[in-house]
Write a protein that binds this ligand. Structure first.
Ligand SMILES: *Cc1c(COP(=O)(O)O)cnc(C)c1O
Length: 365
């Protein structure tokens, strides 16, 4: 099997990023968000690495949580969108999955679940989600107390109910949306003596007043910045994934010749082109434009021409002695995944989350 393209996953960097979150929020519990295969890094490996340093994990789908349990992850796992039906409620109760509750039918499914049929079930831990302005999930503020009381009084619900909300714009530092959401949330929970959770990565880094009792970092754990602009604390993050491949062919082309599908790049001088064995089938974005930086043999060179399914072409005219077998680095410490994302018109979240299975992950400690 060809191992030309692979993702090196630096688990020491992962731990350091998590330690930064802990240091910024010394009194908060950490719920590490590992949905979408831990943003492409491999959820099981990430969970087993972080398990000693965090109090819980968060995923989007019950299948993700079951995989983690099956691989020996013992910490509580919060289903961030809750159970989608009554069967999932029963599975959650048996597996110590925590449930987000964000609508009335989820309250009903929990309060009516026949949990007594599960041997040794201690009931469900639930998080109650409030819609403070993102308008995607959660109870409207006026419906929160009613839902809270119903859950609180249910024998199926055990322990504290965490009240939480999600920010729509925490990565935008010069607008007041986050403060408006925070204000709504605070006036709502003040009368309740309950643990709170609000902060995603951007809020962990930039909105300390919102840290509350449980932080929910995702992207920052993987060493990418949620911010467009440079940010002091974000510069302390260490990229966890390095996406690598190798040069598999080189050629010299004349001025005026074009490269790749659609002839999207034209040589303005006699040019050396290196073909690297990675493409959109390996998670490198097809939208990456001419000029996207690619590290070839340790030096940065511009992408030249369209990204193919399994290959890209790079203008290495200004580099010395590029030959077949040279290492290429698509993102990592030299060129960040966020920078590649900018050239491709997307963000680091998308590039990481959609890394396909076919890319071999190699874990280093
Ligand atoms: C994905 C997610 C997070 C993590 O967000 P980041 O921006 O990656 O830190 C936190 N909370 C909820 C509810 C999420 O869905």
């Amino acid at each position: 099997m060809s191992r030309a393209s692979r993702a090196i996953i630096d688990l020491a960097a992962l731990k350091r990023n998590c330690a930064l979150a802990a240091q910024l929020c010394p009194t908060a519990n950490i719920l590490a968000v590992i949905k979408a295969n831990a943003y492409g890094h491999g959820a099981v490996q990430v969970a087993l690495t972080l398990e000693p340093s965090v109090q819980a994990f968060g995923v989007a789908r019950i299948e993700e949580a079951l995989t983690l349990r099956g691989c020996g992850v013992g910490r509580p796992i919060l289903l961030l969108e809750g159970a989608f039906d009554a069967d999932e409620v029963m599975i959650a109760a048996g597996q110590d999955f925590w449930l987000m509750v964000e609508n009335a039918s989820q309250v009903q499914a929990i309060t009516e679940a026949p949990l007594q049929s599960i041997h040794a079930s201690r009931g469900l831990r639930v998080w109650l989600k409030v819609d403070t302005g993102m308008h995607r999930l959660g109870f409207q503020p006026q419906d929160v107390y009613g839902a809270y009381e119903q859950l609180k009084q249910s024998r199926n619900v055990q322990g504290d109910i965490v009240i939480c909300t999600h920010f729509a714009c925490a990565e935008l530092l010069n607008q007041d949306t986050t403060e408006v959401q925070f204000g709504k949330f605070n006036s709502l929970i003040r009368p309740l003596n309950v643990p709170s959770s609000l902060a995603n990565s951007a809020a962990v880094l930039a909105w300390p007043q919102t840290h509350g009792d449980w932080i929910r970092p995702g992207l920052m754990l993987y060493g990418a910045s949620p911010f467009e602009a440079p940010h002091d604390l974000a510069t302390q993050l260490h990229p966890v994934m390095t996406l690598q491949s190798a040069v598999i062919s080189t050629r010299r082309i004349a001025t005026g010749e074009r490269v790749g599908y659609g002839g999207a790049w034209c040589a303005e001088r006699t040019s050396n082109i290196a073909t690297v064995a990675i493409g959109y089938g390996d998670g490198y974005p097809r939208g990456a434009k001419n000029g996207t930086p690619v590290v070839v043999n340790g030096q940065v060179a511009p992408l030249a021409g369209r990204v193919s399914m399994d290959m890209i072409t790079v203008d290495v005219t200004d580099l010395e002695g590029i030959t077949v077998g040279n290492r290429a680095e698509l993102w990592g410490n030299t060129v960040s995944v966020s920078e590649v994302a900018r050239y491709a018109g997307t963000n680091a979240y998308e590039l990481l989350a959609r890394m396909p299975q076919r890319v071999v992950r190699r874990y280093v400690h």
